[in-house]
Design a protein around this ligand. Structure first.
Ligand code: ADP
Length: 303
């Protein structure tokens, strides 16, 4: 069945937050695409605005590490977003027990993730929903950031966003403390969680509630001190907590190189103002020292 006289519908790929995603063939180009069908039903305004925001953002974002929005159109009361089709995602790679990830492979996946983010941050756009299943991988091994449904331009006058947008495990401590003035540092924290997940082959900080998430962070890095993070005391949901000492980071990542641990610790800085930026992270010696990142076309992928 043809959609909008152009796309030949194939199988359903999955169910997302706003609706079904299915595979299709673009009859004009022969290209395989993924079409995200967004319901424009009852909660009209919410869905509408989110979708429009996503379209507007995506159309302005063109980079080799950002998923391309090919087309967008309304059809039978649904909004259809046409993206380039991607073979798999980073979550599938991390979960696949048959895949061995070398330090060079991990470096390559992280570098592509950070490059996509650096591009967004340069355009004053936050991703805000970074997690391994939003990092799609194409047939050539290129990793691209997807799902900007929750992203928003952060240079706009109203900087007080809602803070419950992140998948909990990737949420920065300032979000867990209810900050309303967050910035690109939240994406750096999430990228650090993904970096750790690539090293450990399981999610690093698996909190079962927001409070438990903070507990997991404290257990890993020790409780933050006011001298480490002065603004913490003034955050809306800040509560006093019992002191927990920081274990050596090395004990959590026994196989990691010194460069790996140095970059990781800078991406996991408690104070968002002292956290390394994406650009600085890309310039860290981790990326220029041996082993160099694997060429994307040579990266291991699920079969
Ligand atoms: P969510 O909103 O839960 O993050 P999405 O709506 O982004 O999920 O995607 C739903 C499903 O569709 C996912 O499981 C993903 O595998 C698949 N999918 C999304 N985008 C693409 C794409 N560009 N190519 C191939 N599969 C995709």
């Amino acid at each position: 069945k043809k959609v909008a006289d152009r796309y030949l519908k194939r199988e359903v790929l999955g169910e997302g937050t706003y609706g079904v995603v299915y595979k299709a063939i673009d009859t004009q180009t022969g290209q395989t695409v993924a079409i995200k069908k967004i319901r424009l039903g009852k909660q009209k305004e919410g869905v509408n605005f989110t979708a429009l925001r996503e379209i507007k953002l995506l159309k302005e974002l063109k980079d080799s590490n950002i998923i391309e929005l090919i087309d967008a159109f309304p059809h039978k009361g649904n909004l259809h977003l046409v993206f380039e089709f991607m073979e798999t995602d980073l979550e599938a790679v991390i979960r696949d027990r048959n895949i061995f990830l070398s330090p060079a492979d991990i470096k390559s996946y992280l570098q592509m993730t950070l490059k996509g983010l650096a591009y967004c941050h340069k355009k004053w756009v936050l991703h805000r929903d970074m997690k391994p299943n939003n990092l799609l991988i194409g047939s050539n091994g290129q990793l691209k950031l997807a799902d900007f449904g929750l992203a928003r331009i952060f240079g706009s006058p109203d900087r007080r966003f809602t803070h419950q947008v992140f998948a909990r495990w990737y949420r920065a401590p300032e979000l867990l403390f209810g900050t309303k003035q967050y910035g690109s540092a939240v994406d750096v924290w999430a990228a650090a969680c993904i970096f750790a997940e690539l090293l450990l082959r399981r999610p690093f900080l698996q909190g079962s509630s927001d409070i438990d998430q903070l507990g997991k962070i404290f257990a890993a890095f020790g409780t933050p001190t006011p001298s480490q993070w002065p603004d913490m005391l003034y955050l809306p949901d800040y509560v006093e907590f019992q002191y927990v000492p920081a274990p050596p980071l090395r004990s959590l990542f026994p196989m990691a190189s010194d460069d790996t641990l140095d970059l990781l610790s800078k991406m996991f800085a408690y104070d968002p103002k002292s956290r390394i930026t994406i650009q600085q992270a890309l310039e860290h010696r981790y990326f220029s020292s041996a082993p160099l990142p694997t060429d994307p076309s040579k990266l291991p992928r699920p079969t």
